[in-house]
Design a protein around this ligand. Structure first.
Ligand SMILES: NC(=O)c1ccc[n+]([C@@H]2O[C@H](COP(=O)([O-])OP(=O)(O)OC[C@H]3O[C@@H](n4cnc5c(N)ncnc54)[C@H](OP(=O)(O)O)[C@@H]3O)[C@@H](O)[C@H]2O)c1
Length: 247
């Protein structure tokens, strides 16, 4: 168990697979109390049961992050059950890449709703508690696509650039409240994310790109690193990639 992680109450959105699931597992193994949100409640509950079975504390709450009331309910449940919220990881996201000319307007809406508004809703739900506590950490998940743009992923990159901008604005605003802010930007990590691509030719390109992907615990370790610093140390940005990734 890591002392800096033990007994921390950590809310994780998008915890039913990939980065969120791996982070819940690592944090729970290090003694954190994890409050898990996502839409696939069967997966979420199975994860919570697994963590509880290993001696951890976990709560699963069905959450669609594109609805503010559901994100608020998730965070409120953490505070009602465990008395506070130490960390929120605004991780839920999707990446249905396609060139703009294919006019996948519904998918643009979905990415804006989940990748941007979902993060904002997480901030809105957690911030009042953290201001009151005069403590807390808000971890947002951007991407290498928050730093780079290329053909085929303009909208996804726009949402992830937005997450970087929001995180930096948040960082500057929460100074009076002793709140830490971290934005983590992963490169290709092996998760279910490529499954959100609906255009068959693009899906194949993404699958090829993800051949170099690294395991999801790479992200979880970055979370643990940022959380484990002394309280006066605020790790604001982490950008990591597979060693073999060029972009
Ligand atoms: N994997 C990578 O290479 C990579 C690289 C850079 C950034 N990222 C970012 O990392 C984050 C996690 O993705 P991942 O790679 O772990 O992919 P993943 O395995 O597909 O996981 C995505 C998670 O987001 C959840 N989610 C999607 N829409 C949601 C909604 N409306 N409400 C609540 N939860 C929702 C999914 O749960 P439900 O479907 O059960 O709701 C799932 O738990 C995303 O923000 C992604 O953009 C990933």
């Amino acid at each position: 168990m890591t002392q800096a992680i033990k007994d921390k109450v950590v809310v994780i959105t998008g915890a039913s697979s990939g980065l969120g699931e791996a982070t819940a597992q690592l944090l729970s193994a290090q003694g954190a109390i994890v409050v898990l949100g996502a839409r696939r409640v069967d997966r979420l509950q199975a994860l919570a049961d697994e963590l509880i079975g290993s001696g951890g504390k976990a709560l699963a709450i069905t959450t669609d992050v594109s609805h503010y009331d559901q994100v608020k309910r998730l965070v409120d449940a953490a505070v009602e059950t465990y008395g506070r919220i130490d960390v929120i990881i605004n991780n839920a996201g999707l990446m249905p890449q396609s060139p703009l000319e294919r006019l996948k307007v519904d998918e643009w809406d979905q990415m804006i709703d989940v990748n941007i508004k979902g993060v904002l809703y997480g901030i809105a739900a957690a911030l009042p508690y953290m201001q009151q506590q005069k403590a807390g950490q808000i971890i947002n998940v951007s991407s290498v696509a928050g730093h780079k743009v290329g053909p085929g992923f303009a909208v996804y990159a726009a949402t992830k650039h937005a997450v970087l901008a929001l995180s930096e604005g948040l960082r500057q605003e929460v100074k009076p409240y002793n709140i830490r802010t971290t934005v983590i930007s992963p490169g290709a990590v092996a998760t279910e994310l490529p499954n959100s691509v609906t255009e068959p030719d693009i899906a194949e390109k993404v699958r090829n790109f993800y051949e170099i992907a690294i395991p999801a615990d790479s992200f979880a370790r970055a979370v643990v690193f940022s959380m484990s610093q002394p309280e006066e140390v605020d790790v604001n940005e982490i950008l990591f990639r597979p060693t073999r990734q060029v972009l």
